[in-house]
Structure formats: C-alpha cells, structure tokens
Ligand binder design. Structure first.
Ligand SMILES: O[C@@H]1[C@@H](O)[C@H](O[C@@H]2CO[C@@H](O[C@@H]3CO[C@@H](O)[C@H](O)[C@H]3O)[C@H](O)[C@H]2O)OC[C@H]1O
Length: 348
C-alpha cells in the first residue's frame, strides 16, 4: 500500500494511474465489517427480483454483504414431490449473490412450515422418514456445496415454553431428527457453517435455554453445529430485554457452548401507519440489536428480513402491523433508522 501522503503527492504531480487504493463506500455492511463482523445482509425473494430499482438497492454491497433467500430454498420449493428436486428459484438467489460478490446464507433445510403435504401427511415410519430427511438434506446441500456461508439446518424446533414443537419429524423420529439433520448437512458440505435458527431466543428464558440444549444435544450426538441464529422478528419498544447488555448476556450463553451466533431475520414492526414517535423508538431498537451483536465477538453478522417495507412479510401475517424495515414502501431510506444502524456499528 502506498502511504496516503505519497499518493496525494503523485496525484499533485500529475502522475496518473497511481495505485491509490479506493476506500470502500460507507454503508451498513462496510460499517459492520469495520466493526469486525462478516456481513450486514438482507433476505430477498424471487418475485421482487424483477423490480430493477429494488435489485439495485439489494446489490449495493456497501449496505448488503450477504443475502438470504426468504423462501426459495425451503422444502416445498426444493422437493415438492418425493425425489423431485427443483433448484431454479434457489439458484436465482445464489447466482445474484455470486454476481454481486455477496455472501449467501442458505435457509432452511428442516422446518415444520412450508413443508409439502407428501412429507407431513405421508404416514412414514421412523426409518423411512429418516431416510427421506437425509436424502432431502444431502441432495440440497450437495447442490449448493461451496456456495453457502451458513445453512439454517433446523428451523423452529421449539415451542415458546422451551418444549419441543410437535411436528412430523419430532412425532416420528423424536428429538434425534435434529442431530441426524446436522450430521447429514455436515457430510454433504463440510465447509458450510451449520446453524440452528429460531425466534424468541433473543432474550434469556426457557426458550433460549432450550435452544442451548439443542446445541448440546447435537454435540452429544457427535454431529457438528457451528452457530445459532436468532431470528429477531421484534416489535417497536420491546426489543427482547431492551438493553445491549441483556442481548450480549444471552448471546454469551450460546457462545460459551463453543458456537457462533447471528441475528438472522431482523425486522421491528409497529402499528401502521407508523407515528414519528414509533420511528424514533424503532431507530433506538435497531441500535440496541446492532449494539448487542457488535459487543459479542462471536456474533458474526446481522440480516434484516428484506430491506424495504415494499416486500416485507409482516403486513400479510400481522394484521395492521408493518413499517418494520429501514427502507419504506417506495424504496426510500428512512434516514433516522438507517443512521441509527450505521452509528451503532461505529464510525467505520
Ligand atoms: O403464501 C406463501 C407465503 O405465506 C409465504 O410467506 C413466507 C413465510 O415465511 C417467511 O419467512 C419466515 C419468517 O419467519 C421465520 O419464522 C422463518 O424462519 C422464515 O422463513 C417469508 O418471509 C414469507 O415470504 O411465502 C410463500 C407463499 O407461497
């Protein structure tokens, strides 16, 4: 690297083409990386990829160093009927990440939701369902081998009270379906980091403790687990325990088990239309979450669950709620919220 003073002198002397290294543009991702994280990222989905202005924003690597498919790598898309695999939609997201030079978080292999009825209602016995589970994971992880920084291997295996959620996998195989899934994913792509992902584990409590027990379970089985994803679908004014120290204490309970943590699906919703006071509180809430991740060395990054209210999943699921993201429905940056995230990462 040429020292800046020499580079400026060369430029003043008219020496063109001198290798002055460009500074990375300022943005949410560059600030996160400057704070020691791997990325700040966004989820995306196939329908919005035809929106040119949207894609331009998503492809701005100053803001987004990683993308996550919101739906296109889920079981119902990938293996809609037994043994028939369809990767077109997932590939479109993976290809966009590669084209932009962005990391890819792959989401998700085993979830009770968006699971085709041939699995849910198939009436399979234990050994058949284990073989279906392993086959699905092996096929999908092999297809994306080398492309996924992370895989969300198992999503939402827990109820809010910390008990196991009953679903076809739990009911047929028992909790062993979780380590079986991790072992199959590790065998198919040894270099991908493997995550357990859930909501309402951002604050200490019975569900967080149960998620820590899942880490122990997978390890006790002899399988690899690298991280825990905290979804963080939050409500304005109630960001978990509402302080950076509460976030870090909870994250540290996971990292003490030898795993990384990541905020994987962050959005902070409010009643719509959002009031000015709600937006101000939302900016503080985003800063609290970012501050929690920043303070924990093994918190590797933060992903928002799409970047604009135009494509947020919130209004369709939580009636009367929305305005959850840092860009509005017209793809206009919400300055107060955006700047709060920037500044929470630090001055860069
Ligand atoms: O009609 C469906 C539509 O309902 C579906 O919506 C998606 C549902 O999943 C959303 O992501 C999840 C959000 O919360 C966490 O619990 C999960 O880990 C995420 O996967 C996604 O954003 C919605 O788009 O999309 C497909 C349509 O056919």
């Amino acid at each position: 690297m040429i020292p800046t003073t020499i580079a400026l002198l060369l430029a003043a002397l008219g020496v063109t083409g001198s290798p002055v290294e460009p500074r990375a543009a300022d943005g949410l991702n560059t600030r996160a990386v400057a704070a020691g994280k791997q990325y700040f990222g966004s989820a995306t989905d196939n329908p919005e990829l035809s929106d040119t202005a949207y894609v331009a924003g998503l492809s701005n690597t100053a803001d987004f160093g990683q993308i996550t498919p919101g739906n296109s790598m889920k079981w119902d898309t990938i293996e809609p009927s037994r043994g028939t695999f369809s990767y077109t939609k997932g590939d479109a997201i993976a290809d966009l990440a590669a084209k932009n030079g962005q990391l890819l978080r792959c989401h998700t292999l085993v979830w009770y939701n968006q699971l085709p009825s041939w699995v849910t209602n198939g009436g399979f016995d234990n050994s058949t369902l284990i073989s279906i589970l392993k086959n699905h994971i092996t096929n999908e992880v092999t297809h994306y081998k080398g492309k996924c920084l992370h895989w969300d291997v198992v999503n939402e295996a827990l109820n809010d009270d910390g008990t196991y959620r009953t679903n076809v996998f739990y009911n047929t195989i028992g909790p062993a379906y979780i380590p079986i899934a991790f072992a199959a994913a590790a065998a198919a792509d040894p270099s991908a980091k493997l995550y357990y992902n859930d909501y309402n584990i951002e604050a200490a409590g019975s569900k967080s403790t149960a998620a820590q027990n899942i880490v122990k379970l997978v390890k006790a089985y002899g399988a690899k687990i690298d991280g825990v994803g905290m979804q963080a679908h939050l409500i304005v004014g109630s960001t978990g325990s509402e302080s950076v120290s509460a976030w870090t204490a909870n994250m540290n309970a996971f990292t003490a088990l030898g795993v990384d943590v990541a905020i994987t699906e962050l959005d902070i919703r409010t009643t719509t239309p959002a009031t000015a006071a709600a937006v101000t509180q939302q900016a503080k809430d985003y800063a609290t979450v970012i501050g929690g991740c920043k303070a924990v060395t093994r918190c590797v990054g933060v992903t928002i669950w799409d970047y604009t209210d135009k494509y947020s999943w919130i209004p369709s699921v939580f009636s009367g709620q929305g305005a959850a993201l840092p860009w509005d429905e017209n793809l206009v940056k919400k300055t107060e919220v955006y700047n709060a995230i920037l500044n929470a990462w630090g001055t860069g």
